[in-house]
Design a binder for this molecule. Structure first.
Ligand SMILES: Cc1ncc(C[n+]2csc(CCOP(=O)(O)OP(=O)(O)O)c2C)c(N)n1
Ligand SMILES: [Mg+2]
Length: 233
């Protein structure tokens, strides 16, 4: 669930959806993802209460990438040893996994999904990982953490780890890896070109000031109509 940009609302949406699915005898289950920082929102806790009380068929994932923009995860975690430990107080089976180990992530996620499908209730999973890049294009991590911190991160790059594992098992090679990287890059570039075909800000297609007032209300409320008039559009 990632419908809104308001952090943590995805959890209550997913739990409510899962409860509705179970009540209507539907077999579908729900999954939601949240960041370490976002777990400090009250919605996280409300979702855990409802998930445990109603045994909602939902997988609740916490991506602990160490940072919430410039805030270290230890602040959102407070006195709790881990984010996974937060689930135990609600009676929710909770797991903590090396989020940079593809096979471990797959195994844990599969287990949690099977639990939900068997109607055994929710599972909370904490994925321990690291955000190497900036939070967004407007963020500069060098302002709040050591520049070399990501090099010191012990769990390593998940793609390189999987690649090395598969090569060691004899089912992958450097050549095939280079080839598939080129193929993926080609796919991404083609998708970008297709998206840009719909227009870009640089190519002109700038929305008008009037557009800012459209598409929110079926009937524009009087205060917005006044503002639009003041803007002269
Ligand atoms: C309710 C709410 N408060 C604040 C924000 C602004 N905001 C966007 S991302 C972010 C940090 C999120 O950190 P984290 O939960 O660790 O997720 P990450 O970006 O690391 O995946 C904040 C504070 C928001 N989108 N919604
Ligand atoms: Mg984070």
């Amino acid at each position: 669930f990632s419908i809104s940009g308001n952090l943590a609302t995805q959890y209550i949406q997913a739990v409510g959806w899962a409860m509705a699915s179970a009540i209507s005898n539907d077999s579908r289950i729900a999954a939601a993802w949240i960041g370490d920082g976002s777990t400090a929102e009250s919605d996280f806790h409300a979702a855990l209460v409802f998930a445990s009380t109603y045994k909602a068929p939902v997988v609740l994932n916490v991506v602990n990438n160490q940072w919430a923009i410039s805030t270290f995860q230890g602040i959102a975690r407070g006195g709790s040893g881990t984010f996974a430990a937060r689930g135990l107080g609600f009676g929710i089976p909770s797991l903590r996994v090396d989020g940079n180990d593809y096979l471990a992530v797959h195994a844990v996620a599969k287990w949690a999904v099977e639990r939900a499908r068997a109607n055994l209730g929710p599972t909370l999973v904490e994925y321990v990982t690291y955000r190497v890049g900036a939070h967004s294009t407007s963020d500069d991590p060098s302002a709040y953490r050591p520049k070399a911190e990501s090099d010191a991160w012990p769990l390593g790059d998940p793609v390189i780890r999987l690649k090395n594992h598969l090569i060691q098992k004899g089912v992958w090679s450097e050549d095939r890896h280079t080839q598939s990287e080129a193929e993926i890059l080609e796919t991404v570039i083609a998708a970008q070109k297709e998206a840009e075909g719909h227009g870009t800000l640089h190519a002109g297609g700038k929305p008008s000031t009037r557009d800012m007032f459209e598409g929110v209300y079926a009937e524009m409320p009087p205060h917005l109509r006044r503002q639009r008039q003041q803007a002269g559009v």
